[in-house]
Design a protein around this ligand. Structure first.
Ligand code: URA
Length: 213
């Protein structure tokens, strides 16, 4: 319960964030939503038009697909936590810039620390590269779980295609569905004992070196 309260307190703090210029164009910060003690956390890219207006991640077309994919494995949005690499909408939904990711990433690390998920599923390239600390793109790593330390705890990092990319590409949607189907098995795995504390994964590289733009 303490973590839930701490997450709400942190959400209130982040609501007035001015760490990067995206603060000027936003309607509101899109912090994240779902179960504050979820075993399964999803990390997307950045809020879009609808998310910026409603203050909730993944409420547009990609969000509807995410809901369907979750339904396919017997879960709802209330069972998981969903957040993004960036908490504010980039103008015109352009890609996140390295300096924006650098300014915002501490928010995501702290969310992971408080939520303490067992599986972190990254949606698309930006979240995957940031949380894996490696520049390898999603096409090569999707569906391949990796044990790593995030927010000071051992987690399974599970890269997935971004639902927005799968919306209009049937083959990608098939792959995303197949990768989703493995999530229950990953959630059922015995957690590794915690090892040393790291704010970021060992070997994490600055956003520029990760080829995040
Ligand atoms: N795409 C994202 O990556 N995040 C959202 O919140 C919505 C669309």
């Amino acid at each position: 319960m303490a973590a839930a309260t701490d997450l709400l307190t942190y959400r209130d703090e982040v609501a007035s964030c001015t760490r990067c210029p995206l603060a000027q164009g936003r309607t509101q910060v899109v912090f994240g939503s779902g179960d504050p003690a979820a075993d399964l956390m999803f990390v997307g890219e950045a809020p879009g038009f609808h998310e910026d207006k409603q203050g909730v991640p993944f409420v547009g077309a990609a969000g509807k697909l995410l809901d369907q994919l979750l339904g396919g494995i017997g879960l709802t949005r209330a069972d998981v936590y969903v957040a993004n690499v960036l908490k504010c909408r980039p103008p015109g939904n352009r890609d996140p810039q390295p300096e924006e990711i650098e300014a915002c990433e501490a928010h995501l690390w702290h969310q992971i620390e408080l939520i303490r998920p067992r599986v972190v599923a990254t949606l698309g390239n930006f979240a995957t590269k940031l949380l894996s600390g490696k520049p390898t793109g999603i096409t090569r790593v999707h569906g391949q779980e990796q044990e790593t330390t995030l927010g000071g705890r051992r987690v399974l990092l599970y890269p997935l295609y971004h639902p927005a990319a799968a919306l209009y590409t049937p083959r990608m949607l098939e792959v995303l569905q197949m990768d989703f189907a493995r999530i229950p098995e990953l959630l059922g795995r015995e957690p590794e004992p915690p090892i040393e504390q790291h704010a970021a994964p060992v070997g994490a590289e600055p956003a520029v070196q990760l080829g995040l733009f």
